[in-house]
Write a protein that binds this ligand. Structure first.
Ligand SMILES: Nc1nc2c(c(=O)[nH]1)N[C@H]1C(S)=C(S)[C@@H](COP(=O)(O)OP(=O)(O)OC[C@H]3O[C@@H](n4cnc5c(=O)[nH]c(N)nc54)[C@H](O)[C@@H]3O)O[C@H]1N2
Ligand SMILES: Nc1nc2c(c(=O)[nH]1)N[C@H]1C(S)=C(S)[C@@H](COP(=O)(O)OP(=O)(O)OC[C@H]3O[C@@H](n4cnc5c(=O)[nH]c(N)nc54)[C@H](O)[C@@H]3O)O[C@H]1N2
Ligand code: SF4
Ligand SMILES: [Mo]
Length: 689
């Protein structure tokens, strides 16, 4: 029996697992003992990765839509030539930007990079990713406050903090290993605090739960800042030495007396004071935010306000502290820095000509062929298709027909495309219904590459199973199209993922994400510069311990602005908040991968459901598992089964995202800086069916 250690490619923890292989089959999967991330633990999703050896059809061939509407299998070469020809034809006829791509945070670093190279550099067009739906707000917030998209923490901080504050994060369901690390926390008297309008699974397990009104986080953060300043519960020395613009910030939050916080959040004055006092008395306070913050109409500003609290109390760069964003997908961190979508490879600006030339030299391309501006955002791509300006779309490792906000707009777009390439491991995902080309690729267990986890750890994905005839990876698939496009010397240095990794390593040299000392197939946190390995030997490292940030003067920025008007206030017509998010540990997003896991299937509902407050249900004569039709402010409606609970407030519904109905009802509304959808902030009403 052979043992292969590899990385789980579901969530951003990037657990390592030992796969035992016999006769070309995975016979046992065991979480890797001693691995600094998950040390012998994992969740059911990682343990179920072996299912893909049977559920992903082996040896599948690509398919092309025929005149009669049917899909016909063709050889890989035929498919590459067809797609390359069609891309060129569309670009000639309608202009370069008439073709676009939507990528993901769930492929390897090398796969994003080659896709970004082909589409953004060579074809000079737009590619956005599902990372926009997830981490864009955090990325923009980090750049402004810290000077670079560099979350500073290490997972060990969860064990070292005495005051852990989770804001819009539900790790019990979404990041079980994060929660495992919290449970390992041995600091005497440590407190776990949750800020979430809903009594989430994490709130149920916390010491304190502040059930604020949805979208009132920003007002709460400013109110807390004001209290901390008024009481002089701040770290003057740190502020003075390591931050910019504190005085302006202090002046600004004077407009947030505690009464304003009470009015916005619905939390009493005493309880807001209690929270401020815990931030003050904590010796190592850590703030952890996820989608309850990122997916809002003033998400970037809220994330900045959280980091402001960490900065003003000096809770950053020290063990157990930080204003920390928890990442979602296995390689969201990688896609943020190496997809060539919103920044150059390695985080540089498209306008930085010297940096652009340096990169062109490393990747072997004429500097004129480098992308010159950031991509248009996801929503502009979908709107562009619906407006008839974008005619070709290539999506890989994402299922937007299901996951995109107001998803009927994607359904509409898909039907208008002249070329719609869907690259996935399953041909039955909702997004493939209108595909004109389907590329079947192998799942993670059959390929090699690198992920970066939530604490900046490069994590090696190693092929666990051999490949059969016709089986190719995402990397090879993109390379095939690149060659068919006639890229010639512009793709010469990109023959294998390993070669690509070497180029990215060179690119990272001297940048904050410097991983020049990391070898292919090695797991390490960045930075890890070549020649300074001994200095960076600790494998649980955090950034900013020297108080130096990535801004021009090395100081972190206090960034703030007035509250915006909520685009979706509750009205008589739409009196309820429509909250959405993860359902259970076993279910992953659009469920293409997890619905096959028998254990998960046995305990999950097959049809869309939502949670409704007990009193609301009683008043409307709704009982457990009755059906209701929900009418959304976006003009759509859908039917859901009802689960009755006290964990959701009276005037809210909570719909798990794992059913396509969920995003039928979310609005086309975005944060103005990050363009991330305001997925958790719609309004609705319902009637019993
Ligand atoms: N099992 C499982 N795990 C996953 C995933 C999965 O699909 N399934 N997906 C992964 C991915 S890509 C991601 S991004 C993460 C997401 O991880 P999380 O962000 O933790 O998950 P969500 O359920 O989307 O949202 C978290 C909480 O935000 C709350 N919330 C809603 N509105 C507000 C608000 O106005 N203020 C505050 N403070 N809270 C609010 C919701 O009630 C919810 O409990 O999970 C990852 N892990
Ligand atoms: N209402 C609402 N909507 C949301 C959210 C929310 O909280 N509320 N959360 C948003 C967030 S944070 C996210 S990250 C998105 C996720 O949204 P999606 O990215 O659309 O969801 P997934 O189901 O993860 O889609 C991944 C696809 O990749 C395929 N796949 C798996 N492995 C491979 C591979 O190796 N190669 C290829 N080519 N394909 C593969 C899977 O079969 C699947 O079809 O949803 C967003 N949508
Ligand atoms: S889904 Fe996340 S927590 Fe579960 S095994 Fe995979 S990486 Fe670990
Ligand atoms: Mo995500």
């Amino acid at each position: 029996m052979q043992k292969v250690q590899s990385t789980c490619n579901f969530c951003a923890i990037d657990c390592n697992l030992d796969f035992y292989v016999e006769d070309g089959k995975i016979v046992r999967t065991v979480p890797t003992k001693g691995y600094p991330v998950n040390d012998g633990f994992s969740c059911i999703k990682g343990l179920s990765l072996s299912k893909q050896q049977t559920t992903v059809k082996p040896g599948a061939l690509p398919k092309i839509r025929q005149g009669d509407g049917s899909m016909k299998e063709v050889s890989w070469d035929q498919a590459f030539n067809h797609v390359a020809g069609k891309i060129k034809e569309l670009q000639e006829k309608y202009g370069r930007e008439s073709v676009a791509g939507i990528s993901t945070g769930q492929l390897t670093l090398e796969e994003f990079a080659i896709f970004g190279h082909v589409m953004r550099n060579y074809l000079q067009t737009n590619v956005d990713g599902n990372t926009r739906l997830c981490m864009a707000s955090a990325a923009v917030a980090h750049k402004g406050t810290l000077g670079y998209d560099a979350p500073g923490y290490t997972l060990q901080d969860l064990e070292l903090s005495d005051t852990l504050i989770f804001i819009g994060a539900n790790p019990v369901v979404a990041h079980p290993i994060v929660w495992g690390r919290v449970r390992n926390n041995k600091v005497p008297g440590h407190k776990i605090i949750v800020i979430d309008p809903r009594r989430s699974e994490t709130a149920m397990n916390a010491d304190y739960h502040y059930e604020i009104r949805p979208r009132s986080d920003l007002a709460l953060m400013y109110t807390l800042a004001n209290i901390l300043i008024e009481k002089d519960w701040i770290d003057h020395e740190f502020i003075e030495a390591h931050t910019n613009k504190f005085d302006e910030f202090a002046q600004f939050v004077k407009a947030f007396p505690i009464s304003r916080g009470v009015e916005a959040t619905g939390i009493s004055e005493d309880r807001i004071m209690e929270l401020a006092t815990m931030i003050h008395t904590g010796k190592a306070v850590s703030f952890w935010w996820t989608m309850g913050v990122n997916q809002g109409y003033e998400a970037v500003t809220t994330a900045r306000a959280i980091m402001n609290l960490a900065l003003m109390t000096g809770n950053i760069g020290k063990p157990g502290t930080g204003g920390n964003s928890i990442t979602g997908q296995c390689n969201a961190m990688g896609s943020r820095l190496f997809s060539n979508t919103t920044c150059l490879f390695g985080g540089g600006d498209f306008t930085d000509e010297a940096e652009s030339r340096r990169l062109a030299d490393i990747i072997g391309i004429d500097p004129d062929l480098m992308a010159k501006k950031p991509t248009i955002p996801y929503n502009k791509i979908i709107e562009g298709i619906n407006a008839g300006e974008i005619k070709g779309l290539w999506i890989l490792c994402t299922n937007p027909r299901h996951s995109w906000t107001n998803n009927e707009t994607f359904a509409e777009a898909a039907k208008k495309l002249e070329l719609f390439v869907v690259q996935d491991i399953y041909d039955n995902i909702e997004s493939a219904e209108d595909a004109t080309v389907y590329f079947p690729v192998v799942p993670g267990i059959k390929k090699a590459g690198t992920y970066i986890n939530l604490e900046r750890r490069m994590s090696a994905m190693r092929p666990v199973l051999p490949r059969g005839e016709n089986e190719i990876s995402d990397y090879e698939c993109i390379l095939g199209v690149a060659k068919a496009l006639g890229m010639g010397s512009a793709i010469e240095r990109w023959e294998t993922p390993e070669q690509c990794f070497d180029m990215l390593r060179d690119i990272s040299r001297g940048r904050p994400c410097d991983f020049s000392g990391v070898k292919w197939d090695e797991g390490r946190q960045w930075p890890y510069p070549e020649g300074r390995e001994a200095e960076f030997a600790d494998d649980q490292r955090r950034l900013y311990s020297d108080g130096v940030f990535f801004t021009p003067n090395g100081k972190a920025n206090f960034l703030f602005e007035e509250l915006l008007d909520n685009p979706y206030v509750q009205t008589e017509e739409f009196p309820l908040i429509y909250n959405t998010g993860r359902g259970t540990v076993g279910q992953w997003h659009t469920q293409s991968r997890t619905k096959e896991v028998k254990f998960v299937e046995d305990v999950s509902l097959k049809k869309a459901y939502l949670y409704m407050n007990t009193k609301m249900a009683e008043e409307n004569d709704v009982h457990e598992m009755d059906q209701v039709r929900v009418y959304s402010v976006n003009g759509q409606n859908a039917v859901f089964y009802v689960k009755v609970t006290d964990n959701v407030p009276y005037d809210q519904l909570y719909a798990p995202i794992h059913y396509i109905e969920c995003n039928k009802l979310t609005p086309s509304s975005y944060d103005k800086y990050s363009r991330e959808p305001n997925y958790k902030g719609g309004t609705c009403r319902f009637e019993k069916v």
